[in-house]
Design a protein around this ligand. Structure first.
Ligand code: NAP
Length: 487
């Protein structure tokens, strides 16, 4: 999904091989902050009872370490939707797709099915039975171990990825009063320690302990059960099936924060959206529509353009008509002059389509498009960026920024309040998930491999506890839009 900058990473997680083996003092402190959600007597008791349970479990099986493989037991994926226990009770083990440090590489190799101990919820934690999971690019990075190995972010010896899920609350830890076993939920993927002061007055995204669950933490959604902080739970929109409900959280909540709280779009604004038929773009386009803003989407095919129009964009641009504007980063001065000329032609076309230059440019492509974004946005306008698929070293003609007093705004995922507000728009049917494909639990490695090879054409959901597509809807209302964006 993203790469933390090096200073950020050092700030959060100083770690060398020595520390990995033994754990220096500072490292231990950071672990304390990260794992100990609440330092109360209750929490301490809960933690010790949960560790003794895991220890008992290990003893019974002769295994070592949390998340340990449970012997040579074959994983029967045909049984993944079946449980022998009811809400409130956890089985000893579960089927999970696991990445381990020694086999990081292409997703097909890195992801392997294992039988893993089921985690117990600590204080203010919840174990959720995963009914369906959503696939995101972040676990392609997790598989590859690039640009940073996820094992530098968390202490488990395994990585169960998956940052989107719909499911059923199965067991709650101490301190939980708002949720109970049996509640149907979707999850947002931001975690932070309740002890960090930023959580209580600034924003959890500013907390030193902030992590993306299922990427920078383990116990994600590619397993029969996942473990989350209680603040990650949101009510499952009743009209959605399990797979529809699992498909939208990470990208939608990110787009919501970018446009609503960071760029603060208003009715009448004009917005340019890169990758408008992609995971973020389909929600950016719908958010513009419900906010009364006009959007133009940039895409790479007519079918994707049609999807943008269906989602409410005023127009779309096929980027292949402006291939020369894409920045590679190794241009000669002559090539750069030609590239800049092509960018100006693109900016003019955007102005023609919107009637004026865009107030906001929605960015996540990075190196290839960023100079064009800064050029195209109107004077005093905003470029809001959350990713850099084409490369994170950006360069652009800064004169367009200062002379025209434009702003660049960095944005990263969303906090629980934003996720809740955004989820309410899904519950009301004003924003709809856009789903391309649903696969069975067997398909996790394959889904990530296809994303790695850029063969995917939209959002993929994985059935876990749900036995088939289309199950789980309990209310009336529109379901997901099915994206037919091939070609
Ligand atoms: P996605 O579903 O793959 O969509 C991205 C779209 O961008 C693609 O469909 C493609 O659309 C377009 N694109 C890709 N390469 C391009 C290029 N070189 N030039 C122009 N357009 C290009 O991915 P996503 O889920 O929307 O995520 C996009 C990026 O944001 C990723 O890097 C992701 O890691 C990051 N992200 C960050 C956060 C966060 O919280 N910081 C959250 C979500 C995602 P066309 O081919 O149709 O133009």
């Amino acid at each position: 999904m993203f790469e933390r900058p090096a200073d950020d990473e050092e700030h959060r997680r100083p770690r060398d091989d020595e520390e990995r083996r033994g754990g220096g003092c500072e490292e231990r402190e950071i672990r304390e902050v990260w794992h100990d959600l609440q330092v109360t007597d209750h929490a301490t008791k809960a933690r010790s009872s949960s560790s003794s349970c895991i220890a008992d479990c290990r003893e019974r099986r002769g295994t070592a370490g949390a998340g340990a493989r449970i012997g040579p037991m074959a994983v029967d994926t045909s049984r993944v939707a079946h449980l022998d226990v009811g809400p409130g009770e956890l089985p000893d083990t579960m089927a999970a797709w696991v990445i381990r440090e020694e086999r990081q590489g292409e997703p097909l190799e890195a992801f392997q099915l294992e039988q893993i101990e089921v985690p117990q919820p600590g204080a203010f934690e919840v174990v959720v039975r995963v009914m369906a999971a959503g696939v995101n690019f972040n676990n392609v990075w997790a598989a590859l171990g690039r640009p940073v190995s996820v094992f530098r972010y968390h202490d488990e010896d395994h990585h169960i990825g998956g940052s989107d899920a719909s499911g059923i609350v199965w067991k709650v830890g101490e301190g939980i009063t708002r949720w109970k076993p049996g509640d149907e939920v979707v999850l947002h993927c931001n975690q932070a320690s309740y002890e960090d002061v930023e959580v209580h007055g600034l924003d959890p995204l500013a907390a030193p302990s902030q992590r993306i669950w299922g990427y920078e933490t383990s116990w994600g959604s590619f397993a029969q059960f996942c473990k989350v902080q209680a603040q990650q739970l949101l009510p499952k929109p009743a009209q959605l099936s399990w797979e529809e409900a699992a498909s939208y959280g990470l990208t939608y909540f990110t787009a919501y924060r970018m446009l609503i709280d960071q760029a603060r779009i208003q009715a009448g604004d004009r917005v340019l959206i890169w990758g408008a038929a992609g995971g973020l773009g389909v929600f950016a386009t719908q958010l513009c529509k419900v906010s009364g803003a006009d959007s133009v989407g940039v895409v790479s095919s007519t079918a994707k353009g049609d999807l943008c129009l269906a989602l409410g964009a005023s127009a779309y641009i096929d980027r292949s008509d402006f291939a020369g504007m894409m920045r590679r980063g190794d241009e000669t001065p002559e090539q750069e002059a030609a590239r800049a000329k092509e960018s100006r032609r693109f900016a003019k076309h955007v102005r023609e389509l919107l009637g004026a230059p865009p107030d906001v440019v929605f960015e996540h492509v990075g190196r290839a498009t960023f100079p064009t974004s800064v050029l195209t946005v109107k004077p005093f306008g905003k470029v809001v960026i959350c990713g850099a698929t084409s490369g994170h070293q950006l360069d652009f003609d800064v004169r367009y920024l200062w002379m025209r007093q434009k702003q660049i705004i960095g944005s990263h995922f969303a906090n629980a309040y934003e996720a809740t507000r955004a989820n309410a728009l899904i519950e009301s049917g004003k924003i709809r998930p856009v789903l391309w494909k649903t696969m069975t639990f067997d398909g996790v490695a394959e889904a990530h491999q296809s994303m790695y090879k850029n063969e995917h054409l939209g959002k993929i959901a994985i059935l876990v506890g749900a036995e088939a597509e289309g199950l789980g809807a309990t209310g009336e209302g529109p379901g997901a839009i099915r994206a037919e964006v091939g070609g």
